[in-house]
Design a protein around this ligand. Structure first.
Ligand code: ZN
Length: 83
């Protein structure tokens, strides 16, 4: 793959699988083991457009089409000034 990191300009990437958190209007979807390429130098992660589209579609399916997610967790939310 011949590309350059948009942030630091380095060219070496490492394929990885990471946890991706999709957020839209205060709604969240967490997806495990999402393939991406990570810049070896600064750690910026790059996802392919079709990977992101798939996640977005799944988000729609879960929130608007009644698909049941594999698992759900309760997430505590805090305001920084109050902690
Ligand atoms: Zn970089």
């Amino acid at each position: 793959m011949n590309k350059i990191c948009n942030f630091c300009g380095h060219k070496i990437f490492r394929k990885k699988q990471v946890q991706y958190i999709y957020k839209h209007n205060e709604r969240f979807l967490m997806v495990n083991d999402v393939p991406c390429e990570e810049c070896e130098y600064c750690g910026e992660q790059y996802f392919q457009a079709e990977v992101l589209k798939k996640i977005e579609q799944d988000f729609q399916d879960i929130y608007f089409s009644g698909k049941k997610a594999k698992k759900e967790v309760k997430v505590p939310i805090e305001e920084f000034v109050e902690i």
